[in-house]
Design a protein around this ligand. Structure first.
Ligand code: ADP
Ligand code: MG
Length: 145
């Protein structure tokens, strides 16, 4: 487990970038955190760390955004608006979750049963007693024996 505390969006971006630089093919990152926690900022950092120069935004109306311009394919899922797991089937999510790129899933808790047992969980939490821009980011390797 790794834990960092950030005090600005830039610091969260930089932490994501560090993760992206060392990310390996086949990894699935899940992002847990409330609206406005910093999941998309973190994701933008990961993309930069993978060498992606295209702008990365939260795909509000598309569940999956694919970026091929980096060191590895990057599959950015934001499942906030997903109705049910059948929508994930339509996308063919398994091809990505069990593929050779790096997957990152915002709001992964909404599709918990589809997430591969082996994944990296990133939790972003606020603590207003520490200030408005404070975030605690926890990285855990799940399902590794
Ligand atoms: P989410 O995708 O989790 O809904 P976003 O990444 O879109 O959240 O937005 C996070 C917001 O919080 C941005 O407006 C960002 O500037 C702000 N913010 C303030 N402090 C931080 C921090 N330490 N880390 C990340 N974002 C921060
Ligand atoms: Mg977001």
């Amino acid at each position: 487990m790794e834990r960092v505390e950030t005090h600005s969006a830039e610091e969260t971006y930089e932490f994501g970038k560090k993760i992206g630089q060392s990310a390996q093919a086949g990894e699935v990152y899940t992002l847990i955190g409330d609206l406005g926690a910093g999941k998309t900022i973190f994701t933008q950092g990961v993309a930069a760390g993978l060498g992606i120069t295209e702008p990365v935004n939260s795909p509000t109306f598309t569940i999956l955004q694919i970026y091929d311009g980096g060191r590895l394919p990057f599959y950015h899922f934001d499942v906030y608006r997903i109705g049910d797991a059948a929508e994930m089937d339509e996308i063919g999510y398994e091809e990505y979750f069990y593929g050779d790129g790096v997957c990152l899933v915002e709001w992964a808790n909404l599709i918990g049963e589809l997430i591969p047992p082996r994944h990296k969980r990133v939790t972003i939490e606020k603590d207003l007693t520490q200030g408005f821009d404070y975030r605690r980011i926890t990285l855990e390797a799940c399902g590794e024996t």
